[in-house]
Ligand binder design. Sequence first.
Ligand code: 2BA
Length: 109
Amino acid sequence: MKLVFAVVHDEDGHKVMEELNDKGFTVTKICSTGGFLKSGNTTLLVGVDKDKVDQIIEIIKKKSKSRKQVVNTPIAPIGMGNVFMGNPVEVVAGGATIFVIDVERFEKV
Ligand code: 2BA
């Protein structure tokens, strides 16, 4: 058995989850935050047999869009106060970041 972790954009999370449910997969949604952008994203957990992993990845791929996002990184203090000049940096986030890990044991009690 495998556990698929997929980090998707908040706006795509619902669509991905709905499609996975429609295709018969059980999904857990976790509200998460990206360490770089410090903005909300969605992490989906799907436990499945090994032979279904590719199907899940295809669904996530189909329902997740990549987006350009701008992050303001402070580069220099201005004057003597605590005001920082922003340095806007554009990054392309997503479609999705997917991890597939082995499940040693799976129980429902
Ligand atoms: P964030 O950490 O907020 O990153 C958002 C986007 O910012 C990333 O998109 C990437 O394009 C850019 N980025 C991240 N770290 C960067 C850095 N040190 N320098 C320059 N640009 C950087 P994605 O790669 O598509 O990642 C989207 C989200 O997926 C991430 O949000 C994070 O929550 C998760 N993620 C991505 N790779 C991961 C990893 N190796 N481990 C854990 N989570 C990961």
